[in-house]
Design a protein around this ligand. Structure first.
Ligand code: ZN
Length: 492
């Protein structure tokens, strides 16, 4: 077996990473082609509107994947496409009287802002479809040479009858799809209902590209095959996306890529399950359709949304509920309070073997859970068990200074993947135009006032001490005087 972690320092513990491959329907040990680099392709947004939280469920799972692989000292080469040309974009841009570029730019920027708000890492390559038309034309030409295509009314189609492996990802029985059934939604003439467009002839007044294969524009599927192979080569280590893309989109990607290269397109296919809203499918007609900005406008914090989206393992349906949001917010608070307590408590000097072992166990459990097909639920349980035990030990005076340092370092390690502990929610919301308008006290101002209050107390000037407490409370600061004389604070 090829070791995944050849890239890890010699002698370091080897963690086997298991992922559920849709292609084989099995948990498999990840074995990238280059031992220390993972080539990943994920299907990105179609930028005709703001992305919704169902989209972000998928992007969140991919972020956990990225962050976990990086924590295992693997280098990533991750490509994500941006679909900036399709029927809706062409129509909406024409309707608004602007170019495709102008129309999509706003939503591309919004998507990047949304990613930053949720602490989603940027892929190494973000590839816009309209900047890769030549690559798509070249790939279509290769398919033409292999006899896998036909033309009709200026459009070019993939002939599925010539590609017997079709259906191996989604295990769909194509025999059941009759001529005339609508598989791929478009308005073009095809020989067979199963076939899909590689290149679409322009309709009157529509935007099109001149090319060696005639005027027109690319189909959606060819975009992913062409851009994935351009940056990652014929074979990717991982291709990931939402489960709704498995058929026909990913199936078509396989047909196009393997049809052209006769080599495997992706070794591992990962698919995340749907997001439900209060148990129902999200849809505009049900009035439960949310973009990220809709949630922020309702006063939700980015860290709350991030925590809820990552808390459910990607292969389980995620039910997005008011209760779940409240729990997520409390969980984030609990983590932040724990780290603040570790950093500000006056603990006895020294360390305790028991605590060191407890922290090491949490770290090992966390890593093992994520190595087990990114089981975030078990990984989070490992953290919260540690938080509970360490808090109890601190209450009893059994947690020492070096234990706290170890625990802080463990929490920092966990947060490389969770990315919710730093309290920058308000700054992020303000950047997006939400949140409180008034400036709050800077952390240094708060610290300075707390010092002044301490001095006043020490001088038994309780009137002054109370006045400072009131000033802080009025400015939205929560103060907590610990038994040991230390003071913890946070923004309300
Ligand atoms: Zn795709």
């Amino acid at each position: 077996m090829v070791s995944l972690l050849a890239g890890k320092a010699a002698g370091a513990n080897m963690t086997e990473i298991k992922l559920h491959n849709t292609l084989t329907n099995q948990l498999e040990t990840l074995a990238p082609q280059k031992p220390d680099e993972v080539k990943i392709y994920t299907c990105g947004p179609t930028v005709y509107a703001y992305a919704h939280i169902g989209n972000f469920r998928t992007f969140m799972f991919q972020d956990v994947l990225r962050r976990f692989l990086r924590s295992q000292r693997l280098r990533l080469l991750h490509v994500m496409n941006v679909t900036d040309v399709d029927d809706r974009i062409i129509q909406n841009a024409a309707g608004a009287g602007v170019s495709i570029r102008e129309y999509t730019e706003k939503y591309i920027q919004a998507f990047l802002e949304d990613m930053r708000a949720l602490n989603l890492e940027q892929p190494e390559v973000l590839a816009r479809a309209t900047e890769h038309i030549e690559d798509m034309v070249a790939l279509i030409e290769r398919l033409q040479k292999k006899g896998l295509t036909y033309s009709s009314d200026g459009s070019i189609y993939f002939r599925i009858a010539k590609y017997p492996a079709y259906g191996k990802l989604s295990k769909i029985d194509m025999g059941g799809i009759q001529a005339g059934a609508r598989v791929d939604v478009d308005r073009y003439e095809k020989d067979d209902a199963r076939d899909f467009a590689l290149w679409k002839a322009p309709k009157p007044g529509e935007h099109f590209w001149e090319s060696r294969i005639g005027p027109g524009r690319p189909g959606w599927h060819i975009e992913c095959s062409a851009m994935a192979m351009k940056y990652l080569g014929d074979t990717l280590d991982i291709h990931a996306g939402g489960v709704d893309l498995a058929f026909p989109h990913h199936e078509n990607e396989i047909a196009q890529s393997e049809g052209a290269t006769s080599r495997p397109f992706a070794k591992v296919w990962l698919h995340s399950e749907h997001l439900l809203i209060e148990g129902q499918k999200m849809s505009k007609s049900l009035g439960n359709f949310y973009t990220l900005r809709d949630l922020f406008a309702r006063g939700l914090k980015p860290s709350t949304v991030r925590f809820l989206l990552l808390s459910v393992p990607y292969r389980r349906q995620l039910n997005f509920t008011e209760d779940g949001l409240l729990q997520a917010q409390n969980s984030v608070e609990r983590l932040r309070n724990f780290v603040a307590r570790l950093k500000t408590s006056n603990l006895p000097t020294g360390s305790d073997e028991k605590n060191a072992a407890r922290i090491a166990k949490a770290e090992a459990d966390f890593e093992a859970a994520l190595a087990d097909d990114l089981n975030t639920a078990v990984a989070l349980a490992a953290i919260f068990d540690l938080v509970r035990d360490a808090n109890t030990a601190m209450d009893r005076g059994e947690f020492k200074q070096q234990d706290a340092m170890r625990a802080v370092s463990a929490m920092e390690k966990f947060d490389l993947i969770l990315a919710v502990i730093a309290d920058d929610d308000e700054a992020k919301l303000r950047k997006l135009g939400f949140g409180k308008a008034e400036e709050r006290l800077a952390a240094e101002q708060v610290e300075a006032l707390i010092e002044q209050r301490k001095t006043a107390k020490a001088a038994r000037d309780f009137k002054r001490a109370d006045a400072i407490r009131k000033q802080l409370t009025d400015s939205g600061i929560l103060l907590e005087d610990a038994k040991d004389g230390s003071v913890r604070w946070k923004y309300k």
